[in-house]
Write a protein that binds this ligand. Structure first.
Ligand SMILES: Nc1ncnc2c1ncn2[C@@H]1O[C@H](COP(=O)(O)OP(=O)(O)OP(=O)(O)O)[C@@H](O)[C@H]1O
Length: 342
């Protein structure tokens, strides 16, 4: 097994940070082609369809999407978020923002995760892949402190959270927010009030400022003018966009996305992918994206974690994944190609 491509699940002596430095050839965040539009057409890739990257669209400031009446307020708000988040190039390469180190989790006799290690650097996007039931969502829930590991260490926002109390976790959840599959919106209040919730909780802005920030956020994520609707009036994709707006209202350092493209049409999936990438680039957000969608992962991932039968079968770049000789990975990629031919 190529040590650089795969983090052996039983590799108890190897820390996630060491795993990070072991993958030093990974794409550094933001280290992508400067060309306006490029396609990755490397003929060596086993199952790699061309990934169209429209650099111009991805670098277009999100603030360009908002109407002039709210541009100043939301502009300052977004600027604050960007400045609070450390730019990836100013962080030591081995300093991870999120890390699992030999994490184990069982439910009864069922070992969901066994000695799983991985890490996510500041400003990086990690995509977690794997078949159904391998512990992808459980991993996110442990990062948020909703579930505790049986053993091992978990670092979030640079802090060891394993022994954290609920009160300590609340402080972590102000920095790291999660976008749930169903949006997890409050059903009984309007879309606008859902997005306003973190702003009201913080208590730093006046009502008119909150109104403007909410309007601006909804315009940026592509659901302009839906402030007064109820969540039940929205499609699944729209709910996810609103959930992203609500996450941004908390001015996070990191966002964890659980299956953002499940049950949305390809166009919506494309828009959500662009949005996640633009947020990463423009707000220096650290991100984890749990997905079944290989195209989505190809578009977003700086690094990939592949979970299989309780183990971290692979941790490395998408390029390394696609060149892997591991039969399990090759089967997964072949199955994806069969189900979603390019
Ligand atoms: N709170 C819980 N109590 C008991 N079992 C649980 C709990 N949460 C998750 N599980 C089990 O852990 C396993 C992993 O669940 P998880 O939701 O992480 O899967 P997943 O990889 O996200 O899969 P999917 O892609 O289908 O959502 C599943 O068998 C699930 O039933």
């Amino acid at each position: 097994m190529d040590d650089k491509q795969q983090v052996p699940s039983g590799d108890a002596g190897r820390s996630a940070d060491a795993a990070a430095s072991g993958s030093a050839e990974s794409n550094a965040p933001g280290e992508q082609s400067a060309s306006a539009v490029h396609t990755d057409e490397s003929s060596e890739h086993l199952y790699s369809p061309p990934v169209v990257v429209d650099e111009e669209a991805l670098n277009k400031p999100l603030i360009d999407e908002v109407t002039p009446d709210v541009a100043q307020e939301i502009g300052e708000f977004m600027q604050e978020t960007a400045e609070q988040n450390v730019e990836p190039e100013n962080v030591a390469p081995t300093s991870s923002y999120i890390a699992f180190d030999n994490v184990c989790k069982s439910f009864g006799d069922f070992k969901v995760l066994q000695n799983v290690s991985f890490c996510v650097n500041h400003g990086e996007t990690l995509c977690i892949l794997g078949r159904s039931g391998v512990g992808k969502s459980v991993s996110l829930q442990m990062l948020m402190g909703f579930l505790k590991p049986d053993s091992g260490s978990i670092k979030v926002a640079g802090e060891e959270i394993t022994g954290f109390t609920e009160t300590q976790m609340l402080a972590i959840r102000r920095k790291v927010t999660m976008v749930f599959q169903n949006g997890a919106l409050f059903d009984s209040v309007s879309v606008g009030e859902n997005v306003a919730f973190p702003l009201r909780e913080k208590g730093e802005l006046a009502d008119e400022q909150i109104r403007q920030v909410v309007k601006g956020l909804l315009e940026m994520v592509g659901v302009a003018g839906m402030d007064d609707l109820l969540p039940s009036d929205l499609s699944t994709g729209m709910k996810r966009s609103v959930a992203i707006a609500r996450a941004l209202a908390a001015q996070p350092e990191a966002v964890l996305y659980d299956e953002p493209t499940t049950m949305v049409d390809p166009l919506m999936a494309h828009l959500l992918g662009d949005l996640i990438e633009r947020l990463k680039r423009q707000l220096h957000l650290t991100s984890i994206v749990v997905t079944h969608d290989m195209r989505f992962a190809r578009k977003l991932a700086d690094r990939v974690l592949f979970l299989h039968e309780g183990h971290a079968r692979f941790f490395g770049t998408m390029d390394e994944l696609e060149h892997s000789e591991d039969e399990v990975l090759r089967d997964f990629l072949a199955m994806d190609e069969l189900l979603y031919p390019t």
